[in-house]
Design a protein around this ligand. Sequence first.
Ligand SMILES: NC(=O)c1ccc[n+]([C@@H]2O[C@H](COP(=O)([O-])OP(=O)(O)OC[C@H]3O[C@@H](n4cnc5c(N)ncnc54)[C@H](OP(=O)(O)O)[C@@H]3O)[C@@H](O)[C@H]2O)c1
Length: 312
Amino acid sequence: MRALIVGGTGFVGRALAPALARAGHEVRVGTRAARSGAVVGGTLVRCDLDDEDSVRGALDGVELAYFLVHGLRRADFSSWETATAARFAHAARAAGVRRVVYLGGLEPAGGRSAHLESRLATGRALASTGLEVVELRAPVVIGAGGESWRLARDLAVRAPALLAPPWLAARQQPVALADVVAALVAAPRLPPGAHALIGPEEMSAREILRRTAVLAGHELRFLPVPAFSRRLAGRLAPLLTRAHVDVARALATGLGLDVVATQPGVFAHLPELPRTSFDQAVALALHEDRVAAAPALYEALLRVLLPARRTG
Ligand SMILES: NC(=O)c1ccc[n+]([C@@H]2O[C@H](COP(=O)([O-])OP(=O)(O)OC[C@H]3O[C@@H](n4cnc5c(N)ncnc54)[C@H](OP(=O)(O)O)[C@@H]3O)[C@@H](O)[C@H]2O)c1
């Protein structure tokens, strides 16, 4: 089947393209950039949700579309996400797409998150034209290159101690990138509608940070404080992380909310799908982060030692 990944150059899209190709699909990797040519797993096509002509072109002959775009780097992300999702759904329907698979977020409890509310509204907007939509609702995805993972990792390993307000007990079910990719590939076999896509363990945000620090070989202390607003945590988090500042702020503000699946998940329909343990997922992500960081350090060292390379 011809498949289009909208947002195909992102963290999830880059991992999904080769997996879809291995499953026998002809893969188009959507990007806003005016580049073209082959990338791992597929062919780059211009697909900018703010440019309807590019979306129409990218959708030509496509039967299966993956929607992997968020607007967290924009100030107006809520209104932008729902408006672009609705426009995309109209275009996909007109192009004869048989199914859209959307990777969104879970519904939070005990507080509000503008980011997660917008992810849910995006799912409704995609389904609003009657198009067949499978919405996979995922928590933090653990994998090298992911912004949520980058935030969790940096909070866990970059400071000797963290303030621990009561809301750090909020529960989550982080999921491995490999399991998300396997579920996305299998999504054409799921019934339309929303399905939770969660990791095998439920744990507190504090436990996520503690176990990540242990696996990274870092000694992390928690300093209990009776009160500390989630909003302030969101404002301070960008100081500790290399994640994009707006993304870090939105994600850190959501860290203190219970985000636990309440509806039957993907695994009720497809029990054969892999379920990677939290420790395995974190160990692999830490390893791949180190591998990815190595060439950058090497290049930096070369630039210092061999200044002539700058002009060469
Ligand atoms: N990462 C997580 O932990 C996580 C957790 C739960 C759910 N999700 C969901 O998974 C999906 C993918 O997330 P991700 O982490 O892979 O995001 P990401 O790394 O930020 O990638 C998103 C991609 O979207 C593309 N994009 C941005 N604006 C666009 C526009 N106007 N038109 C077309 N493409 C545009 C960008 O590609 P170009 O720059 O090449 O255009 C970017 O590479 C999102 O729906 C997200 O909500 C992610």
